[in-house]
Ligand binder design. Structure first.
Ligand code: CIZ
Length: 359
């Protein structure tokens, strides 16, 4: 008999219609079903089955840094990759396997499919979503763009295929600052979506004229500056690594601000033995395995006397499990489809980033 999978209520912020750039939001509810941890024996059996099925099905695992350590280790051990969404898509495109099994959230599967339209892209759970994607519905976003026809539309990868298709440029946090700076130097005014904190950070770094969609990531939005200052006092030698989806007062306390790959690089290169890390705690696995001589501490997500909501881990990333992975490999179910009209983003490799179609 299969175990009952608990369903969690997840709150996220949704900009009120017509007010994408203003501060008005309402709180909406979504859900996540997070598989129970298998027993050690079940875990080994599932891993063995997945290894065998990957070979039988000519498939490769592509996992994000935020998913369960088992799915990260298994991806690497079987010739796949653990990385950010940009590298996941590129790796999938360049690999000879005809089936990609993407462990992450839905926009990552869609992006992999857009970049590799001829391949089959499967995901352990197609309902694994993202608050940035949910908080930026395509029709509302399109209206917002229509209100700003003079602006170049730059969107973050954490969006649906339909929102991507409405954009001029598509970026990840690893290249957003460079792309917006280059656009600003060419005289463009920017419409940015959906993450307001990342948008604020890019605006400060580049000085570009930007209007921002008012979305946020439920994980990064929860990091707390006051408590982080306290933690820094307890670890005076620790360097603080912050993802730019975090609030500006948290970013202001950082020794290094970076995307997931930027945080990994900073941890490797900085001359320190202790780090406080403000990003999804799924990253800790890679940080710790690559830097066994260094100490990594999670940045605080709960205020004084308040409890955390996401507790630094995305509930939708947590929907990826070994059982789901084995099941989709066996059955070929949970395939990602992107409507052909939405899936035509060309990939610009010369500057190492994604660009969308010229207008
Ligand atoms: O693009 C990604 O993988 C995400 C969600 C974050 C990052 O910083 O890499």
């Amino acid at each position: 008999m299969s175990a009952v999978i608990p369903i969690f209520d997840v709150e996220y912020e949704h900009p009120l219609p017509g007010q994408g750039a203003a501060n008005a939001c309402d709180t909406q509810h979504a859900w996540a079903r997070v598989p129970v941890e298998p027993s050690p024996a079940e875990r080994e059996a599932l891993k063995g089955k997945i290894r065998r099925l990957l070979k039988d099905r000519n498939a490769v695992m592509v996992s994000h840094y935020y998913v369960h350590p088992d799915l990260q280790d298994l991806a690497e051990e079987t010739g796949g990759i653990v990385s950010d969404s940009l590298e996941m898509a590129r790796f999938g495109r360049d690999h000879s396997a005809q089936t990609l099994v993407v462990s992450g959230v839905r926009f990552m599967g869609e992006t992999a499919k857009i970049v590799s339209p001829e391949k089959r892209v499967l995901m352990p759970d197609l309902d694994a979503t993202c608050s940035l994607d949910l908080g930026c519905p395509a029709d509302e976003f399109s209206n917002f763009c229509d209100q700003h026809p003079d602006r170049t539309v730059v969107v973050y990868a954490n969006t649906s295929a339909a929102v991507k298709a409405r954009s001029d440029w598509l970026v990840t946090s690893s290249c957003a600052v460079d792309i917006v700076r280059a656009l600003k130097d060419k005289g463009h005014k920017i419409l940015w979506a959906p993450d307001k904190h990342l948008g604020t950070y890019i605006q400060r770094e580049t000085g570009a004229d930007m209007v921002l969609w008012n979305g946020s990531c439920i994980v990064h939005d929860e990091f707390k500056a006051f408590e982080l200052e306290d933690l820094k006092k307890q670890h005076p030698r620790a360097k603080v690594l912050v993802h730019p989806e975090s609030p500006a007062d948290v970013v202001a306390l950082a020794d290094a601000v970076g995307s997931t790959s930027g945080i990994l690089k900073a941890a490797r290169e900085m001359d320190a033995k202790e780090f406080i890390v403000a990003t999804d705690n799924g990253m800790m696995h890679k940080l710790r395995t690559l830097n066994p001589d260094k100490l990594f501490i999670e940045a605080p997500t709960a205020g004084n006397s308040a409890t955390c909501k996401s507790c630094a881990h995305c509930p939708w990333m947590a929907m990826n499990g070994l059982a789901g992975l084995a099941q989709v490999l066996e059955s070929g179910s949970n395939e990602i489809h992107v409507a052909p009209a939405l899936g035509t983003l060309p990939v610009c490799q010369s500057i190492g980033c994604w660009l969308s179609r010229p207008r």
